[in-house]
Design a protein around this ligand. Structure first.
Ligand code: SF4
Length: 506
């Protein structure tokens, strides 16, 4: 709550005014509510609103009424439907299953933490019997959509496990009939034509890391031996994207996706990063801050930064992205599109790191190479740093029920229900925000964290405030039209029901 606009309880007309949260954004007062509605008011109109002085003849009455800001004259069923739609994700079990096929990796990225091992550590490859049990476990979860995401280390160093999991899951799905989605997060340095054929034949999406132009990328993402990791990204992105086109796939939907991580060296390079993404025809860039789990103090001094420094970078780079859209090039910022979907549409993007309750253990699970099951991939990383709190089962011994009802999963859910969290419950951004308790735990030592001091809160608050501020100044609606385009996620068809050669007529 903005103290400059504190509502004097004596002036509040409790009979007329419905539930709302508010904040001063730029020169306007932003009203929000749990139906995901928002409205900007001039400060004088805001005072008239809370005093119950806006009646049916007032031009502001209808916009306020339609958005459920009055206690009377509204459709309660429609309001309930809106809230239900926003929380529809609660009716399914975890849909995202991250499988760590190996901890081995041939790179030494500056921001990589405890969980990677050297290439000689073959004992950190997932055996095929563990892979089979992980797939069996995932299929037992109640969810119509099942996403398998291969993570590492570098997951493709254990290629047999990826081949096995994909084909075994496809075979099982002949009877299970779920919507299957596969993706592999890879540095592309072990890619071959045969692997590309396998992945594309079965509709496995490929995601790589691209931190910006070559000098920045190679500075952040060094190889353990000689060579440039950018060269592999450059070569294989081009080859794979050309192969999609050769197969007649729409390049807007089918291409190698990319993720970037912001280091200190990135802070002055926002424009270069966006240009690099646009040059490759990418339609989305995710300006991700560092996830500073487990860094040595000296490493953090080298590549880390404060949250105000990150937000300054974010705002400047977002402005540049918006400018490109105004010039006719469609490119969205991924975190902005998550928030904007919550702010401008009746839908919830179900982004696990920005949900309430959070998705750890309830929207996603992570399977380590040894069969241990974690609430999510960050929980697995925490375990490699010596903290087993987020281990919630094992593929050999645990039932789905035991995993999903694990005390840690319950605790994480309780710690991320923002209606009950100090600061969140009255924050104007609460309807479009979310909590990641694991992040709080790693930073502050407790899963509840302390807002507004927690780093994630500062990030989410800063980004949402900037988006709302831009919208509050958007007199001709041209920016909102751009932002609404960012909320349209054209869905890719899931996996291809691959029929092995020779079985086509069986
Ligand atoms: S985490 Fe911070 S920004 Fe988000 S709702 Fe809570 S107080 Fe507001």
């Amino acid at each position: 709550m903005n103290t400059a606009l504190a509502v004097d309880p004596g002036t509040l007309d409790r009979e007329k005014v419905g539930f709302f949260r508010y904040a001063l954004v730029g020169e306007k007062v932003l009203l929000t509510n749990d139906a995901g509605e928002h409205l900007f008011l001039a400060p004088g109109d805001f005072r008239r609103f809370i005093a119950g002085q806006i009646g049916p003849d007032d031009a502001l009455y209808e916009p306020l009424r339609r958005r459920y800001f009055f206690k009377h004259d509204f459709d309660a069923h429609a309001l309930a439907d809106k809230i239900r739609r926003k929380k529809a994700f609660l009716s399914h079990g975890p849909h995202l299953h991250a499988i760590v096929t190996s901890l081995r990796c041939n790179m030494s990225c500056k921001y990589c933490h405890a969980s990677r091992t050297g290439m000689e550590a073959v004992d950190t490859d997932m055996p095929l019997d563990v892979a089979r049990k992980a797939v069996d476990f995932a299929f037992r979860v109640h969810t119509p959509v099942l996403g398998f995401e291969f993570q590492g280390g570098e997951p493709t160093v254990n290629w047999p496990a990826i081949e096995f999991i994909v084909d075994y899951a496809l075979e099982k799905n002949r009877y299970e009939k779920k919507e299957l989605i596969f993706s592999v997060v890879t540095n592309l340095t072990f890619m071959t034509d045969e692997k590309v054929k396998f992945l594309l034949d079965r509709g496995v999406m490929i995601c790589t890391s691209l931190d910006g132009p070559q000098d920045l990328h190679d500075q952040n993402r060094g190889m353990t031996g000689k060579g440039s990791s950018y060269a592999a990204v450059d070569e294989w992105m081009a080859k794979i994207n050309a192969e999609y086109v050769r197969r007649g796939r729409d390049p807007d939907l089918f291409h190698v996706d990319a993720l970037m991580t912001t280091t200190r060296a990135s802070l002055s390079r926002g424009k270069d990063i966006v240009d690099e993404y646009m040059r490759r025809g990418l339609r989305s860039v995710h300006l991700r801050p560092l996830n500073p789990f487990g860094f040595a103090v000296n490493t953090w001094k080298l590549i880390g930064y404060s949250m105000p420094e990150f937000l300054e970078f974010y705002r400047r780079t977002l402005d540049y992205i918006i400018e490109q859209n105004r010039r006719g090039t469609f490119i969205q910022e991924r975190m902005a599109s998550v928030f904007l979907t919550k702010m401008l549409t009746p839908d919830e993007p179900n982004y696990s790191d920005c949900r309430s309750p959070c998705g750890s253990g309830s929207a996603q699970l992570a399977y380590s190479y040894d069969g241990n099951i974690y609430t999510d991939d960050e929980g697995r990383m925490a375990a490699h740093m010596g903290n087993d709190f987020f281990r919630i089962g094992h593929v050999d011994t645990s039932s789905v029920d035991e995993v999903l009802r694990h005390p840690t999963v319950k605790a994480l859910a309780v710690a991320s229900i923002q209606d009950a969290l100090p600061a969140c419950h009255s924050c104007a951004f609460k309807p479009s925000c979310g909590i990641q308790p694991l992040h709080n735990y790693m930073f502050d030592g407790d899963i509840f964290g302390q807002r507004p001091l927690s780093r994630k809160c500062q990030e989410f608050y800063g980004v949402q405030q900037h988006l709302y501020e831009l919208l509050s100044r958007d007199a001709d609606g041209s920016l909102e039209r751009i932002f609404r385009r960012w909320t349209i996620q054209r869905s890719r068809p899931g996996t291809i029901p691959y029929v092995p050669p020779g079985e086509a007529n069986a």
